[in-house]
Design a binder for this molecule. Structure first.
Ligand SMILES: Nc1ncnc2c1ncn2[C@@H]1O[C@H](COP(=O)(O)OP(=O)(O)OP(=O)(O)O)[C@@H](O)[C@H]1O
Length: 303
């Protein structure tokens, strides 16, 4: 199931070079966290988290509110430094000082707000912050033709056919916006895509569109970290699953060891849910009826 083929010769050389230098070995994962923790003063947001993300692999991080997902993303993206454990890229330990450092190593994060300017055209958003310029006499001008052409080509490469790349991004559906953001990250050299709940605000059909491109990114050999609340979405594309609860790893398993039912059960509370079921079963009477009458049950005897 897992394809560890690097995307390009450049990737192979880069990965092998740094991994070799750090003693990580040629088969070092793209990303690896070992025993990572993060505290904010007395608040421990994450503790003892391990994570490995390989090329051509989708690792899903699931968890309820407050589980530590955002903190984990921020560590991976170079926004937070971990307060415990180690972070390795291509087998080499890193200490990112900023998201720019992470981007330079090919780690791109697509946040829920997508960092797009709604009223600007699709192509302009595609190149936002990395515009192509051309010299006109002593001046530099935006090379609109080149940016339009590349945007169109890159979207088509990912199988995205937008009717009009001159339309403002605000006109796109939520799913299309996510997909444009993914294509943009891939074009600018992402080897690892971190997707922050990309389907959270979407309906079934639009979620399907996004999940299709998560798969496409995997097929292109990228490592994908897919953060979600939704076990159904995770199971459709995931190769590996990590569930966080209150900052700790509750489950860490490859797809082969887990059914969708298991994943849903764990997300719904796992052991806590079992204990609740057990308690509810115990409150049933010997004949299977409730030992304590249900509040809406009619009282015995004359009214
Ligand atoms: N900058 C911060 N300062 C103090 N506490 C923080 C900070 N960031 C996160 N926390 C705490 O760390 C814990 C984990 O938060 P985090 O936002 O990572 O969870 P989450 O899984 O992303 O939740 P949600 O799905 O609700 O966004 C929470 O208890 C939160 O209050």
């Amino acid at each position: 199931m897992t394809d560890t083929t690097p995307r390009s010769t450049a990737d192979t050389e880069g990965a092998a070079g740094t991994a070799g230098a750090a003693g990580g070995g040629a088969d070092a994962p793209l990303l690896e966290l070992r025993g990572v923790g993060k505290s904010f003063g007395n608040i421990r947001a994450l503790s003892g988290v391990d994570l490995r993300v390989g090329a051509g692999e989708v690792t899903c991080i699931l968890g309820d509110n407050g589980a530590g997902k955002s903190t984990l993303i921020k560590i991976l993206a170079g926004l937070h430094a971990p307060t415990a454990g180690s972070y390795r890229v291509d087998g080499e330990e890193v200490a990112f000082a900023s998201p720019r450092d992470a981007l330079d190593r090919g780690i791109a994060t697509v946040y829920q707000d997508l960092a797009m300017v709604p009223l600007m055209p699709v192509w302009r958003n595609f190149f936002l912050g990395s515009e192509i310029l051309r010299k006109v006499g002593p001046f530099s001008r935006l090379d609109v033709a080149a940016m339009r052409r590349i945007t169109d080509e890159e979207l088509k490469k990912m199988g995205i056919d937008l009717p009009d790349i001159d339309a403002p991004v605000a006109n796109l559906s939520g799913g299309q916006k996510q997909v444009v953001a993914i294509a943009r990250a891939v074009y600018f050299g992402a080897r690892v895509l971190i997707l922050d709940e990309p389907t959270a605000a979407l309906g079934v059909k639009q979620s399907g569109v996004v999940l299709k491109y998560v798969s496409a990114a995997r097929e292109a050999g990228l490592g994908v970290v897919f953060i979600t609340h939704n076990p159904h979405h995770a199971y459709m594309v995931g190769d590996h699953f990590v569930i966080l609860r209150l900052g700790e790893t509750e489950l860490d398993a490859p797809r082969a060891e887990l059914t969708l039912g298991d994943l849903t059960h764990h997300m719904a509370g796992g052991a806590e849910l079992d204990a609740l079921e057990h308690e509810l079963a115990r409150s049933e009477g010997p004949d299977g009826g409730p030992a304590v009458p249900h509040p809406t049950a009619p009282a015995d005897g004359p009214a």
